[in-house]
Design a binder for this molecule. Structure first.
Ligand SMILES: [Zn+2]
Length: 310
């Protein structure tokens, strides 16, 4: 049976129209509603939702959107697969189209290596503008990406939503709304200069989510090494000076920020830089590409925007 979900807004998360439908239609059995819509017991609503072929069929009358288009515009699929091989990107999409849930490690993307969201996040200024533009507030996809702590559009620190990422349908969330009375993300001491650096990460992350093609960051190692050589981080033997680089990257973003986003300082920074530059891990995740590109961009005089890697 077709489900009359309203059309999502620009940069909206898929969960938004679902929560509104449940509220307005007074759906009493939410798990059964979701199982009918996606074909499996849905647990997570942002990263890599499965059952998209079934969702596409169920909403065809109202959305007229293919499973692939849903993956690209309403999930984090474009962001995560920007850094993996074409074969992995294709198999991840295949998995998302089927109604097989609870696949934690989506074909080697290794999401467990960064902190998963507890609460969704929102920006006060976006809420104000969304209320003017579409008469409602909603959760933005670009605010939920790993590494994003400020709004890419407004540069202000994001707030935690009262909506729990794993319990978006609980009654309190429905009555209070997703973007009210949230506490700001606590990252300790921050200056205007450092906020500008976090903002650059947010801008690049939103660009990847919106514009990047799958695998466009894959095989960027030689580009990075060339740029780092220009900056003096590659010695004559061809080795990257990882100790210096990791110390400077940690100082640049701050230990508080790197810890908040699950990448720590010190040895952990060295580890993810090694994965990018020396191939010690098979699939460096998109976030670490963005951090290194942002750091390199600032040193080469390109503080914002992308570096043409995608
Ligand atoms: Zn904003």
């Amino acid at each position: 049976m077709a489900v009359a979900l309203r059309l999502p807004h620009l940069d909206e998360m898929l969960v938004g129209p679902l929560v509104e439908y449940v509220q307005e239609e007074r759906v009493s059995n939410v798990p059964a509603f979701l199982k009918n819509l996606f074909g499996y017991d849905v647990k997570a609503f942002f990263d890599m939702l499965s059952g998209l072929d079934r969702l596409s069929e169920q909403t065809a009358q109202y959305w007229s959107c293919s499973a692939k288009a849903i993956a690209r515009t309403l999930t984090a699929y474009p962001y995560h697969t920007a850094s993996c091989s074409p074969a992995v990107a294709a198999s991840v999409l295949e998995l998302m189209r089927t109604s097989v849930g609870n696949v934690r490690d989506r074909r080697g993307l290794m999401f467990g290596r960064f902190v998963r969201l507890g609460e969704f996040r929102y920006c006060d200024q976006c809420v104000y503008e969304d209320r003017l533009a579409v008469k409602r507030e909603y959760l933005h996809r670009s605010h939920q990406l790993p590494g994003v702590v400020v709004c890419h559009a407004h540069r202000c620190l994001l707030n935690f939503s009262p909506v729990r990422a794993n319990l978006p349908f609980r009654p309190t969330a429905r009555s209070e709304g997703p973007c009210i009375a949230g506490a700001p993300i606590d990252i300790g001491i921050r200056s205007d200069e450092v906020t500008t650096r976090w903002h650059d990460v947010a801008r690049r992350s939103a660009d990847v989510l919106t514009f990047a093609l799958s695998s466009s960051m894959y095989c960027s190692r030689d580009v990075y090494r060339t740029q780092l050589k220009e900056l003096g981080y590659v010695v004559k033997s061809g080795d990257v000076q990882l100790d210096d680089l990791s110390r400077h990257v940690t100082d640049y973003f701050t230990t508080g920020y790197l810890t908040r986003i699950g990448l720590g300082g010190g040895q952990r920074t060295r580890d993810w830089l090694a994965s990018l530059l020396c191939g010690r891990q098979a699939v460096p995740m998109t976030l670490v590409h963005i951090l290194l590109q942002s750091f390199i961009g600032s040193k080469l005089g390109k503080p914002t925007g992308n570096d043409g890697h995608f």
